[in-house]
Structures are given as structure tokens and as C-alpha cells.
Design a protein around this ligand. Structure first.
Ligand SMILES: NC(=O)c1ccc[n+]([C@@H]2O[C@H](COP(=O)([O-])OP(=O)(O)OC[C@H]3O[C@@H](n4cnc5c(N)ncnc54)[C@H](O)[C@@H]3O)[C@@H](O)[C@H]2O)c1
Length: 377
């Protein structure tokens, strides 16, 4: 017999709409959106229509939504700099919390959230959706099985399409004071996966990056290819053009990290690719493995194997992880099962991302050991 769960949804934009569409079917009639809050009144009213929840309260503040009678869980989909406020408000009100990644935009905020969660005794799930995708879970199983020996180096990337890059550059994501740097806002998924696969923490990092493409002098690209080339998703708040100086993001960045267990990692991200790619290549002592998220394929081979093993996976955007994370979240809501991703993953991936940003800003090697020590790791 399922419990009825009341939810407050903070931030009613694309992600809330997208991922909750996977929660409603698994929960059947056992989820009720009690309240919503978004400073954009039209978005709040629209989302209640989209979800066919005419009784949901449209609130004037996040606290009003969180403390509305009948709320058990707070689900947070606000821009990143507001995550800390909303997560802390949730725990202070004695609610369980799901928050989207990244955990927050500074190490201090992440630590405050982590400590508040530890003291709260509440359940806390975070939206590192790729950890729930079968292709990444299978990769982890193969690596952990020892079939390929010990992981030595890992080469990873995230190269998005022009429409995705243009969306970011017209959105709140273009401003690090709201989103944090791109390496945090977008790439924290990959950095979290890398931490998970390496089973350790990055000790030293170095990084180079800059903004070379999304600049005013390249606005002619909109005439050459049409504006739609650089515009991918619904955004009621978008600016006129992604080719402006109204951003402080890097649109390309190349990074290297050395982990405590001597695994060496490289990660490259760019924002305007005809052929998008999200790939991880694992070089191990007795074999190697290549994971390609766009092709939804893993290839691996032990040095003694005659042939490569090729595994093909099903799944839409995020490798099918959206459906799984919501299915498992519903189980957490019903049975209190610990979520696969929580405050720890959020904190450690944010520290990694912010150190890469610092390294790229200053052109210097960043030693993370003092930071890990201050965080008790
Ligand atoms: N896990 C994933 O794969 C994934 C994918 C996309 C987005 N996200 C995360 O989800 C969050 C939302 O992203 P999105 O794509 O929905 O953005 P969006 O721009 O579509 O929606 C954000 C909404 O937040 C509202 N908002 C602004 N200030 C607010 C405040 N102070 N309090 C509450 N709401 C506020 C905006 O009006 C907007 O409606 C971000 O943290 C983002 O990183 C995660």
C-alpha cells in the first residue's frame, strides 16, 4: 500500500517539467503537487496547467510553498545560486529534499548544505542523473569486476551542439554569479562520474580555458546559419543573442587532474559542435573500455581477448537516467531507501569543478589537499 506524498516544487522551468514527467507515471496517484513557487507568475500558473494540478497553491515565496500544509518533500529546480537557500529552508521546515545539481555555487555553500543535511535527519537526494543511467552503471560494474585490471588513466569530454551552447549563452547559465562556471553547472555530472569511477578524490588539478566562439564579432554566424541553429530549448527569459559580452563563461576548457590513487584524468568541454560527443575512455593495466553516450555504446577488451565486447544500450537524453532516478526517488519517498546520489556526491563534484575553474582563471596548478583536509576528507 503506497503512502500519499505531498510535494512543493521550487523553480518551475524546463527541468522541473521534464523530470517530473517521469515521476508521475511511476507514482500513479500517490504524488500530489501541494504547492509551487517561481518568481515568474506565468511559469507557475502554466506548470499547474501542464501537470493538470489545478489545486496546487501558487505561492509568493519559497518558504510559503515549503511550509504549506501537506508538504512532505521539497523538490528544487531553481537556478544554482538559490539551491543553498531552498535546501536549507527545506531542512529547517523538517522536510525531505530533492535538489538538482550542482549542489551550490561555492565550496562554503556546499559545506553548509552538507552539514545542515547531516544534522537534519531528513532524506536528501541530488540530481546526478547520469549515475542512474544503465550505460554508466554497467561501466562501473565492468571496471569494479577487475576484468580490465587497474584503472590508470581516464580521458573524458563533453562537446555540446551549437543550439545547446547558444541556449546556455542566452540563459541565466551565462552568468557565473547565478550558475557558477560552466565546468560546474554543466560538467559537474561528468566530474561526479569521474570521482565515482576513480574511487578516490582529485589531489592536484590544472586547467586552461577561455571564450573564443560566443563573442560579439561572431554574430555573423546567426546570419550565416540562421538564429535557430543557436537556439535549442524553450526559454521565456532568453536574451537576444548568444554572441555577446553579457557572459563570463568559458566556452572551451581543457583540464587535467591527478587523483590521490595516482589515476590521471583529462577532461575537455566545448560548446558548439556539429558532432556532439560525451565520451569516456578508460585505460587500464589489462585492457581498456570506451563509453560513448551519444552512440549509447560501450566497447571493451582485455589484452588477452580475441575480440572486443560491444554493448548497446537503450535510452533517450541522459542515457535513460531520468526515468530511473525518478523511479528510485519514488522508492526513497515510500520506503526511505538511501538515494544513490546525495550531499556527498554534490559536495565532492563541486569542489573538483570549482578547483578546475580556479586553475583556469589563474593559470596555476591547484593543490586540493588543504581543501579536502578542511572538509574532513
Ligand atoms: N540533472 C540534470 O540533468 C539537469 C538538467 C537541466 C537542468 N538541471 C538543473 O535544474 C535547475 C533548473 O534548470 P532549468 O533547466 O529548469 O532552468 P530554467 O531556466 O528552465 O528554469 C528555472 C526556473 O527557475 C525560476 N527561478 C528564478 N529565480 C528563482 C528563485 N529565486 N526561486 C525559485 N525559482 C526561481 C525561473 O523563473 C525559471 O522558471 C538548475 O539547477 C539546473 O542546473 C539539471
Amino acid at each position: 500500500m503506497c503512502k500519499k506524498i505531498g510535494i512543493a516544487v521550487i523553480g518551475n522551468g524546463n527541468r522541473a517539467r521534464g523530470v517530473l514527467s517521469y515521476l508521475f507515471p511511476v507514482s500513479q496517484d500517490n504524488i500530489r503537487i501541494v504547492s509551487v513557487y517561481d518568481p515568474d507568475q506565468a511559469e507557475m500558473e502554466d506548470v499547474c496547467k501542464v501537470w493538470n494540478m489545478p489545486d496546487a497553491l501558487c505561492c509568493n515565496s519559497s518558504v510559503e510553498a515549503i511550509t504549506a500544509p501537506g508538504v512532505d518533500w521539497v523538490m528544487i529546480f531553481s537556478p544554482n545560486v538559490f539551491h543553498k537557500q531552498h535546501i536549507l529552508e527545506g531542512f529547517q521546515a523538517g522536510k525531505h529534499v530533492f535538489s538538482e545539481k550542482p549542489l551550490a555555487t561555492s565550496i562554503e555553500d556546499c559545506k553548509m548544505i552538507y552539514d545542515a543535511w547531516q544534522q537534519s535527519g531528513q532524506l536528501f537526494a541530488t540530481g546526478f542523473v547520469l549515475r542512474y543511467a544503465n550505460i554508466y552503471r554497467t561501466t562501473k560494474e565492468i571496471l569494479d569486476s577487475g576484468k580490465l585490471g587497474r584503472l590508470l588513466t581516464l580521458e573524458a569530454n563533453e562537446h555540446i551542439r551549437p543550439g545547446h551552447g547558444g541556449y546556455i549563452m542566452c540563459n541565466w547559465r551565462r552568468l557565473t554569479r547565478i550558475a557558477g562556471p560552466h565546468i560546474l553547472e554543466k560538467c559537474c555530472h561528468d566530474l561526479d562520474l569521474i570521482n565515482w569511477f576513480c574511487q578516490s578524490l582529485p589531489s592536484k588539478v590544472v586547467s586552461f580555458g577561455g571564450r573564443e566562439f560566443f563573442r560579439p564579432e561572431n554574430r555573423c554566424m546567426e546570419e550565416k546559419y540562421g538564429k535557430e541553429m543557436f537556439h535549442m530549448w524553450r526559454d521565456p527569459h532568453r536574451t537576444e543573442t548568444p554572441f555577446s559580452d553579457d557572459t563570463d563563461l568559458m566556452d572551451n576548457q581543457v583540464s587535467i587532474a591527478e587523483y590521490r590513487n595516482r589515476i590521471r584524468v583529462s577532461f575537455t568541454s566545448t560548446m558548439s559542435n556539429a558532432i556532439p560527443e560525451r565520451r569516456m575512455s578508460f585505460h587500464c593495466s589489462e585492457g581498456n573500455l570506451d563509453l560513448d553516450l551519444y552512440k549509447m555504446q560501450i566497447r571493451y577488451k582485455n589484452i588477452a581477448d580475441e575480440n572486443e565486447t560491444v554493448l548497446n544500450f537503450d535510452g533517450d537524453f541522459h542515457g535513460g537516467g531520468d526515468a530511473v532516478i525518478m523511479k528510485e526517488l519514488f522508492d526513497t519517498m515510500q520506503n526511505g531507501t538511501a538515494p544513490s546520489c546525495s550531499g556527498n556526491e554534490g559536495l565532492e563534484s563541486a569542489v573538483f569543478a570549482l578547483a578546475l575553474d580556479q586553475a583556469a582563471q589563474n593559470g596555476a596548478v591547484v593543490d586540493l589537499e588543504p581543501v579536502w583536509k578542511s572538509l574532513g576528507r
